[in-house]
Design a binder for this molecule. Structure first.
Ligand SMILES: [Zn+2]
Length: 197
């Protein structure tokens, strides 16, 4: 068995609100006995945090049935502005859609290229770095030449920017109902990744 995770990223929460929202989400999951307050670092490999909340007695309510002897790992709560890549490698998104004109900018021209075109990716990368540092960053759309906040762009390949994320380590697949309720509780758009460490 490899170590794998499901990650839910809040795409819209403001950095200033991320800690409070994280507390609400953990309180909710603890009240449902899906998590305990207790934390552990066993069997988790989130890049940004070392410890997560261990599963509570009723955790099977929110996952598919994988057998009674399954024991999931901790749930990491990642607060702070990060770029989240699905899977392990930090491969850039293949494309980005402008929030204003909906034009698609190709970043990796598969299958002709397997790497980001530096001249195309650099302005996005710079805007992402600025956002991580300061909370704001904008990229200019090559089609309509209008700058838009980097967090408003739509990315291919599940690439996501967000100030709050949750990593479920080695849980059986989370149910659709749970994901839907989780997103409703956050009150924002989400991205949902599954990956292997
Ligand atoms: Zn545009």
């Amino acid at each position: 068995m490899g170590d794998y995770f499901e990650r839910i990223i809040d795409l819209d929460v403001a950095s200033a609100d991320a800690s409070t929202l994280a507390e609400h989400m953990v309180d909710w999951m603890v009240s449902r006995r899906w998590l305990l307050r207790e934390t552990s670092c066993d069997g988790m490999y989130s890049l940004q945090v070392d410890e997560g909340y261990v599963p509570g007695p009723d955790w099977p309510q929110i996952t598919q049935e994988w057998g009674a002897d399954w024991i999931p790992g901790p749930v990491a709560v990642i607060i702070g502005r990060h770029d989240h890549y699905p899977g392990r490698g930090g491969i850039e998104p293949a494309s980005a859609v402008c929030p204003r004109c909906q034009a698609t900018t190709v970043i990796i021209d598969y299958p002709h290229r397997w790497e980001a075109e530096p001249a195309v990716w650099q302005p996005f990368s710079d805007a992402i770095d600025a956002w991580k540092r300061t909370g704001t960053g904008a990229a200019i759309c090559p089609s309509c030449t209008t700058p838009s906040p980097i967090t408003g762009w739509h990315w291919a390949d599940g690439f996501a920017l967000g100030a709050l994320a949750f990593d479920f380590w080695s849980w059986p697949p989370l149910t659709e109902d749970f994901i839907t309720e989780f997103a409703a509780r956050l009150g924002h758009r989400i991205e949902h990744h599954t990956g292997k460490f």
